[in-house]
Design a protein around this ligand. Structure first.
Ligand SMILES: CC(C)(COP(=O)(O)OP(=O)(O)OC[C@H]1O[C@@H](n2cnc3c(N)ncnc32)[C@H](O)[C@@H]1OP(=O)(O)O)[C@@H](O)C(=O)NCCC(=O)NCCS
Length: 190
């Protein structure tokens, strides 16, 4: 059974390094998490001060320690800059082998294929290291870029989960997307 125990291993692609975020990365992550365009459909109010980003990084690393979540910073190898983050917001092995992903990139980096590249190692990690069978994403129905991105990655839009979340603005419907291990394997071996 996979145990993360706070370890966030480095994962690498051609252009990206996925790595543990440190408090010293706060200014770069703040640029991403303070942008209203980025956070619009995330469960995150745009940040106002860089200390909020440092606290968020601390919280995410603490959650990894408690096996509640695992989140990588996405570093652009060419510049050494963190341009976003991704990971598993939650997972359940016993009785399900499923996990839910979360992801975001700074606005300047959209549409360059970066998140697709990050997903190539994130999904491998989920299926092969964590032992997941089903990877899910919950997406705000208005978030067309995220829906389009997931469909491009081979995810299936399963349906609308009514009032599945409660936020400061009330209950929210979310679309459920998923990709099964067999589907991922088939697409990879094509
Ligand atoms: C969703 C998001 C991560 C996509 O990242 P990205 O690096 O821009 O995506 P990619 O460049 O890898 O895109 C791959 C494919 O996804 C689809 N896609 C990406 N952005 C899209 C958009 N704005 N509209 C429609 N389809 C889109 C396209 O099919 C695209 O392929 P193409 O560029 O060849 O047409 C990015 O838009 C983002 O960070 N959004 C804000 C945060 C967010 O909403 N996170 C998800 C919360 S559920």
């Amino acid at each position: 059974m996979y145990k993360c125990k706070g370890r966030i291993p480095e994962l690498e692609t051609g252009r990206l390094r996925l790595r543990k975020m440190r408090r010293r990365d706060a200014a770069q992550m703040f640029a991403c998490w303070s942008d209203r365009e980025v956070t619009r459909y995330m469960n995150l109010a745009p940040m106002i001060g860089a200390t909020e980003a440092a606290d968020m990084i601390g919280l995410l690393n603490q959650m990894a320690g408690e096996e509640d979540a695992i989140r990588w910073g996405i570093e652009l190898k060419e510049t050494g800059r963190l341009i976003g983050s991704c990971g598993f917001n939650t997972w359940q092995l016993e009785g399900a082998f499923r996990g839910e992903i979360g992801y975001e990139l700074g606005r300047d980096y959209w549409r360059h294929g970066y998140m697709s590249e990050a997903f190539s190692v994130l999904l491998s990690f989920g299926y092969e290291t964590m032992g997941l069978n089903r990877i899910e994403a919950l997406v705000d129905p208005r978030n067309a870029p995220s829906g389009g991105f997931l469909e491009n990655m081979g995810f299936t839009k399963e349906g609308l989960l009514r009032q599945i979340q409660h936020t400061s603005t009330g209950y929210k419907d979310m679309l459920m997307y998923s990709l099964l291990y067999d589907e991922w394997l088939r697409a990879r071996n094509k």
